[in-house]
Ligand binder design. Structure first.
Ligand code: FES
Length: 138
């Protein structure tokens, strides 16, 4: 299981934006085994797709770059947190920052399932549902 996940990280599937359409939601749900999975999303940036609480996929994704200095913050299955390897910032499963030095929660994107079951990310410009503030990333 770990080996397969490492392979996925070396060759991330891509969600659809104006350039590409390649993540099938059904295939992603099956392969994710209930854990977040990295994809290339908006403008080719890395995003975490998140498993739904009762199956399927959540309707938001998290930009995987730590809000401190931009390292990719991996999902830690044991701790059930995103933990940045660079300086130790931590984020909960919704991307809310739990421990600095990261100054912000992980950036959000909307997730939609469009025709033929493909995942599409789109820009999140509304308030951040986690803290009610304007999005720091837009
Ligand atoms: Fe993540 Fe510094 S880049 S804690």
């Amino acid at each position: 299981r770990t080996g397969r996940r490492q392979n996925q990280k070396q060759c991330w599937p891509r969600t659809s934006d104006k350039n590409f359409k390649t993540v099938s939601v059904n295939a992603w749900v099956e392969e994710s085994e209930g854990e977040p999975g990295l994809v290339l999303g908006l403008r080719g940036e890395p995003y975490w797709l998140l498993p739904g609480k009762s199956g399927g996929i959540r309707n938001f994704a998290l930009r995987a770059e730590c809000t401190h200095l931009g390292c990719i913050a991996p999902w830690n299955e044991v701790q059930q947190k995103f933990v940045c390897p660079c300086h130790g910032s931590q984020y909960d499963p919704d991307g809310t920052v739990l421990r600095g030095p990261a100054p912000h929660s992980l950036a959000l994107a909307h997730v939609e399932v469009v025709d033929k079951g493909n995942v599409r990310l789109s820009a999140w410009t509304e308030e951040d549902f986690r803290d009610g503030a304007a999005p720091w990333w837009s």
